[in-house]
Design a protein around this ligand. Sequence first.
Ligand code: Z16
Length: 837
Amino acid sequence: GLGEHRAKAERMFSLMDGFLKNDPISLQKDILHHVEYTVARSRFSFDDFEAYQALAHTVRDRLIERWHDTHIYFKRTKPKRLYFLSLEFLMGRSLSNSVINLGIEDQCAEALNQLGFEFEVVAEQEGDAALGNGGLARLSACQMDSLATLDYPAWGYGLRYEYGLFRQIIVDGFQHEKPDYWLNFGNPWEIERIHVTYEVKFYGTVEEVEMNGEKQKVWIPGETVEAVAYDNPIPGYGTRNTINLRLWAAKPSSKFDLEAYNTGDYINSVVNRQNAETISNVLYPDDRSHQGKELRLKQQYFFVSASLQDIMRRFKEEHTNFDELPEKVALHLNDTHPSLSIAEVMRMLVDEEHLGWHKAWDIVCKIFSFTTHTMVTDGEKIPVELLENLLPRHLEILYEINFNFLEEMKKRIGLDYSRLALLSIVEEGAMKSIRMANLAIVCSHTVNGVSKLHLEKLKTKTFKDFYGLYPEKFQCKTNGVSQRRWIVVSNPGLRDLISKWLGTEAWIRDADLLSGLRDHLDNADFHLEWKMVKKVNKMRLAEYIEAMSGVKVSLDAMFDVQVKRIHEYKRQLLNIFGIIHRYNCLKNMDKDSRRKVVPRVCIIGGKAAPGYEIAKKIIKLCHAVAEKINNDTDIGDLLKVVFIPDYNVSVAELVIPGADLSQHLSTAGNEASGTGNMKFLMNGCLLLATADGSTVEIIEEIGEDNLFVFGAKVHEVEKRRQKRLSNLAPLQPAKVPLHFARVLRMVRDGYFGHNDYFKSLCETVEFGFGNDYYLLTSDFGSYLEAQAAADKAFVNQDKWTRMSILSVAGSGRFSSDRTIQDYAESTWKISPCRCPL
Ligand code: Z16
């Protein structure tokens, strides 16, 4: 019986526990074992990459042990589980992170050393897992790390794209996209579960049948694809808990094309099987809009269907009554991308489990929560035409959800049709479509914003009408990042320094302890060591820059960094215009004044969505400006401009610790949160930023004296836009600051070459054309002032170091541990479930 089964499991548990030893000798034995039997190389001759593979498998074995123990423990204690549904995870590399979280870094380093290898070099052999676009996807990865570390019984679900985010290569200053063949070199961090598969269906028709005297809808699908699970263990730090990130890959179903086999067209039916695999083939590289593509919709439903079958199967193994679902299952929608889940759960409960509609709806409304990551109103929409064809039953369900919702609204607000039209899940008009955000809001018990400012905008603008109806749903969970990844893994020098001066490593699990650094704010030895750590990181970055671009940079210069996806609203163009202005100033200076100038290395990096022309022109402009300035011998080390190609997680790990200053320039009211700012903050890099997104909270935390804030505030932005428009009719060059006009003219008139190519880019900030929607013109003066303040502060290295220390000391609130604990307690209502040692 069950008791016997349990007793057996427990015996196994104690047998397995600690089976693999973690001392350097045992690790070394295991590494050599994997060199010989997994990598199949001679133990007397293997290179850095093979050493990486062998070590990765050695670590993987230990992860699997803990993964098992954790899941046996979850099964036994049956806690309420969180399922984190996201179409994107930017995991980056796993080796260092795993080794650190397992607490075996010194032992691994020693084991490798004795074999003639260096841990750092071996770790750099690993390629990035880049199954996501940017902030949203890296946030998911940090949150998984926190969920594991805080012992929450959580699962992540995602897609195992064959090709992750494209690799950016730069040819002659232009971005080109190359496929990311990340699986070609094997992936030791995943466990293929060939037996965990589900059929996912598409197309077909809906029919009505009689069942026990009642009419029932049944979906007769037209195509079946199989989803295979790939499990990625996520170890927590300072705990045995190791949770699961389950990614789905599509493969042809054995039933897929029976018909073709029967008709004898063997060759074609085998060739057709390839179609199934295309579903999980490639990540869409547009970080905010992918509308109206059937393949994208197929990916979403493939993901939703496989994940929910898996979740429901697990629920039914442990429980018999669907009334228990809300007490045992929390489903979290990471943005609107997985929100077809709502219709899918309804379909499962009503069509397959035969619950009544209202009962099913009641349950569904208690299990979903939703985080939105955008400031814009015009969110994700799915054309009804696509749904009708691909998921006919889901479309009916969505209509019914909407009908009931609107009926309820009519009772509450009356027959105010214009208001009802705004609330409706279905958008009527030229292209009838489903508004995924409206669906997610109506059905989720909680709608989360990602910063205080973001929540404010959700309430007053983006979802104003919904806020009026459901004020209690709207909550703020300011984003955070993992200090394990963004200090411990990426900045070991700073990690040691912090631990030494705090006298403990406890901050790695409790980032609030970082505030203790303030006790040493004026200690001269502390300052010296602090500056030394930064210097070493700058050296590493300088070497990388030289290797990537051939540009030699001075370590005495201020390393000024802007790395993030390229977007008009993030205003990389403002940065470049600032650089051009700086160049102009330098050119006009006499020798004496030049001696007082703080040398700068301006570093920009980021990918443009392949179809985003203006963003691509910004990249080209950056290269054109760099070429001009870097080759001006008159300027020398006073100003260098570098574009770092193919910005990704592992490049970030190198760049962020080496930065003195970082820029976050979004026009106020456009960046929902921003998480890069937090990573720089944690690494003692000063911020030059607008009062946007989470920066507002960083200012609250460290005080406005400890960073360089500039630009229009949110409430001023609207006014300025209006003013700008009222100035429209006659062009008013007088209203454009002189410096700005000059810089713009230089770009336009071909000072950096390619004048025709940059014309449309310039027009985005010109009146009568793009009308400078993002207000570069009016923020330029204030931007230059902030830059001047940064220069001035840098001259006083004591002051700068104090500001840097206070940045790290104030970064505790921006740990994803804080975010996740808040979600767990107030949104998901889950409790820690710590696997015993
Ligand atoms: C994304 O990364 C974000 C928003 C979005 O609509 C789509 C993508 Cl791919 C970002 C936000 O721009 C950023 O402000 C925020 O910090 C991040 O999501 C995480 O919440």
